[in-house]
Write a protein that binds this ligand. Structure first.
Ligand SMILES: CC(=O)N[C@H]1[C@@H](OP(=O)(O)OP(=O)(O)OC[C@H]2O[C@@H](n3ccc(=O)[nH]c3=O)[C@H](O)[C@@H]2O)O[C@H](CO)[C@@H](O)[C@@H]1O
Ligand SMILES: C=C(OP(=O)(O)O)C(=O)O
Length: 444
């Protein structure tokens, strides 16, 4: 079993570059299936397990996909006849595989995709995606672990109100509506930057989408979409994670390739805790304080505080002077890391949808298991300031969403290695993604 071993006590210094956003590239790659003519070239693609997985899903559907991990580029040609069924083996690995539903349904009038099921952070239904397709005229049948959507002729534009601003539902409906007959209006749409990135990509493909990034998105259906080129936006959650790493260690780090506008809520909460954050070119200089001030945080849909930064923020709160309260409103069960923090001597308790974090914890190194992707990052953060060695296991979650986090932290001065089951170091400082890419490919 692979693990990351981190010894606490080093202040981080230097520069770290953020990759393209996982949560932007996955829908963009899925959307490439709609182009019935021409090839798409996507750049700034992060070398992540999830990208390999979505590429496999697309290949399985008969698209030609080439991923050059050295240049962070994916080329996709979906102009051949595609298949319309995505099996469970992919959806099980990565829930975002359900994002092929919208594109396939729009292009072929049919899609059959395995139901994703829940995961460590909650039950995660897709009812809002399906209601949207139904409103556009599709028949939905759920059975034998699959969801099948079918429409005679084209989908029809519709007015769709989302009960909650679901990111995935907004994306799936937006993709499907791009090829629908007439206009679709999504109300109470998700406003995340990744929605805007997807809309920009679809518009370059020939779609006509207005209002992405606001709560009302209008999609004027067109007859055909074409391959195009597109550069993925920077990963605001990876950026936030490195900002937290710099801060928690009392370090001084330039986090480069950042859209600071996408990080307003994170910046504001970290500043409230005493972290100094200044814009510097396309980056943010983050300087950790000697003592953190406690704070309260509630996760919310964008532009609120992102749930994907909740566990990392909790790590910072462990070191604050005073009691902090962290409330999770987006997912029903995203506190699995609390138990692991406790193994590191954290004084912390769950009360309903909130976690009460007592400050100034003397964290101690321990063996801890990452229960989901961001929990993995948070445990590493705690390990950076714990006394002694912290061993983080269950790294398959981490590899879904962080490119070479060990190499990047080590380059900033952290005492951290990744080892295999025989304790051989398998990933060390690297300035390129290559080693990380190979390591990931081996894992799959
Ligand atoms: C690949 C990707 O982009 N993943 C992100 C995306 O996930 P994802 O798109 O799955 O998240 P959603 O915004 O859809 O989910 C938000 C909430 O809505 C609920 N819900 C969602 C859909 C639905 O049909 N019915 C329903 O009840 C979910 O259970 C959850 O409680 O947004 C989340 C919220 O910012 C992030 O944490 C994930 O990192
Ligand atoms: C929850 C996350 O991703 P996913 O929706 O792909 O599980 C995440 O990125 O933190």
């Amino acid at each position: 079993m692979e693990k990351i071993i981190v010894r606490g006590g080093q202040q981080l210094r230097g520069t770290v570059k953020v990759e393209g956003a996982k949560n932007a590239v996955l829908p963009v790659l899925a959307a490439s299936l709609i182009a019935s003519e021409g090839k798409s070239v996507i750049t700034d693609v992060p070398v992540l397990a999830d990208v390999y997985t979505i590429n496999e899903v697309l290949r399985n559907l008969n698209a030609d996909v080439e991923f050059n991990a050295n240049t962070n580029t994916v080329e996709i040609d979906a102009s051949k006849e595609l298949l319309t069924e995505a099996p469970f083996e992919y959806v099980r690995k990565m829930r975002a595989s359900v994002l092929v539903l919208g594109p396939l349904l729009a292009r072929y009038g049919h899609a059959n995709v395995a139901m994703p099921g829940g995961c460590a952070i909650g039950s995660r239904p897709i009812d809002l995606h399906l209601k949207g397709f139904e409103a556009m005229g599709a028949d939905i049948h759920v059975g034998n672990g699959f969801v099948e959507a079918r429409v005679d002729g084209r989908l029809q534009g519709a007015k769709i109100y989302l009960d909650m601003p679901s990111v995935g539902a907004t994306e799936n409906i937006m993709m499907a509506a791009s090829l629908a007959e007439g206009t679709t209006i999504i109300e109470n749409a998700a406003k995340e930057p990744e929605i805007v990135d997807l809309a920009n990509y679809l518009n370059k493909m020939g779609a006509d989408i207005v209002g992405a990034g606001t709560e009302t998105i209008r999609i004027y259906g067109v007859e055909k979409l074409y391959g195009t080129t597109h550069t993925i936006i920077p990963d605001r959650i990876e950026a936030g994670t490195f900002m937290a790493a710099a801060a928690i260690t009392g370090g001084n780090v330039l986090v480069e390739n950042v859209e600071s506008e996408h990080l307003r809520s994170v910046i504001s909460k970290m500043e409230e805790m005493g972290v100094s954050i200044e814009e510097e070119g396309t980056g943010l200089r983050v300087i950790g304080p000697e003592t953190f001030t406690s704070t309260d945080v509630k996760t919310l849909p964008y532009p609120g505080f992102p749930t994907d930064m909740q566990s990392q923020m909790m790590a910072l709160m462990l070191k604050a002077n005073g009691t902090s309260v962290l409330t999770e409103t987006v997912f029903e069960n995203r506190f699995m890391h609390v138990e692991e923090f406790r193994r590191m001597n954290a004084k912390i308790k769950i009360e309903g949808r909130s976690v009460i974090v007592e400050g100034l914890n003397d964290l101690q190194g321990a063996e801890v298991a990452a229960t989901d992707l961001r929990a993995a990052a948070a445990l590493i953060l705690a390990g950076l300031v714990a006394e002694g060695h912290t061993r983080v296991t269950q790294l398959k979650h981490l590899d879904r969403g962080y490119v070479n986090i060990v190499g990047k932290l080590a380059a900033l001065g952290a005492d951290i290695v990744r080892v295999d089951e025989f304790d051989n170091v398998i990933e060390t400082i690297t300035e390129t993604n290559e080693l990380s890419g190979e390591a990931i490919a081996k894992l799959l």
